[in-house]
Design a protein around this ligand. Structure first.
Ligand code: RIB
Ligand code: CA
Length: 319
């Protein structure tokens, strides 16, 4: 039986597709389901994309549709300049035949947690509205979840949608703040580490050669994503944002972490900033006072994460 039972909460999204395929193919991961959210695209498009990836991979993974908008702030424009209008680099694939579950994402998360108490790792690689909704549905949820690992946030490096904010957190800061305040063990795999991990263009050429099932899709979608990153960050590759969260689940030893109570700024110029009180200082402002410690990754063996991804994308699952 696989070592890690996970639910992948996702807004596919090109780097989400990399993470979804990795979760399907990795021998130590049992993918219980995909739950979708708005973020890179609308939630309808995200759900269609998740179903497309499941069909393309020949997987039976169920998909449950989630939130369409942020909890409180207005829905922003989708970043089609990063992932394409369709979320896959404007490949405009035929729609999937498969349909999503009748349950919502939040209901799926709560049901799975009640059926597998203490065993599930929620890997959230998009905005966090589904997790906030699941907490509302079942306030005891944190005691039934083994761990939450998110791709999101930034503690001491540059943001990607503002100098201090990362996209998944800024997309729904109120939801993110509720998720940070909940009493489950949470690990942030944020820009402090994902901006250190580059997937080179040549890697996708190798995946296209060695993975007959989804390799050429991955190479074509990644081309759009890499072209964006090479234009703004002058690199001939892309960052492995979402894959890095999965890498943490299977190989936490590749990362160095810090911990402390964490708040999310929900308005103003710093909206979306993840603010961790790391040094145990009793500040005048007591926002952090009654919050549990959460963890954030600050260092990473980047080659180890790249190898984790390439190995999963070229293993025997795909033959
Ligand atoms: O900031 C990067 C994150 O935002 C990734 O999850 C990417 O897919 C987008 O959702
Ligand atoms: Ca994502």
């Amino acid at each position: 039986m696989a070592q890690h039972k996970i639910i992948l909460d996702t807004d596919p999204g090109i780097d989400d597709a990399m993470a979804i395929f990795t979760a399907m193919a990795h021998p130590d991961i049992e993918l219980l389901g995909l739950t979708t959210t708005f973020g890179n695209v609308s939630v309808d498009q995200a759900t269609q994309n998740a179903l497309t990836l499941v069909e393309m991979a020949g997987s039976e993974t169920p998909v449950a549709q989630g939130v369409a908008t942020p909890m409180i702030k207005p829905l922003a424009e989708f970043p089609d300049f990063v992932h394409g209008v369709d979320g896959f680099g404007n490949l405009n694939l035929a729609p999937p035949k498969r349909t999503s579950l009748p349950q919502s994402a939040a209901e799926f998360i709560v049901d799975q947690a009640n059926q597998n108490p203490g065993e599930i790792v929620i890997v959230a690689i998009g905005p966090l509205g589904n997790l906030a909704q699941a907490l509302q549905l079942d306030p005891e949820l944190p005691s039934k979840i083994k761990q939450v690992v998110i791709m999101g946030g930034v503690i001491a490096s540059d943001g990607n949608v503002s100098p201090v904010a990362e996209a998944n957190i800024l997309s729904d800061p109120h939801a993110a703040d509720k998720v940070m305040a909940a009493a489950w063990p949470l690990v942030m795999v944020g820009l402090d580490v994902t901006h250190q991990i580059m997937l080179p263009r040549s890697l996708f050429d190798r995946i296209a050669k060695e993975n007959a099932k989804v390799g050429s899709f991955m190479q074509s979608a990644a081309k759009f994503y890499i072209d964006f990153y090479s234009s703004v960050r002058n690199i001939d590759g892309c960052y492995s944002h979402d894959v890095s969260a999965l890498a943490y689940v299977v190989h936490p030893e590749l990362f160095e972490t810090v911990s402390g109570p964490t708040c999310v700024a929900t308005e103003g110029v710093a909206m979306g900033q993840t603010i961790m009180s790391r040094y145990g200082i009793p500040y005048m402002l007591d926002y952090w006072k009654d919050r549990p410690d959460q963890s954030a990754c600050m260092g990473v063996d980047d080659a180890g994460v790249v190898d984790f991804f390439e190995t999963a994308m070229t293993n025997s699952y795909w033959s």
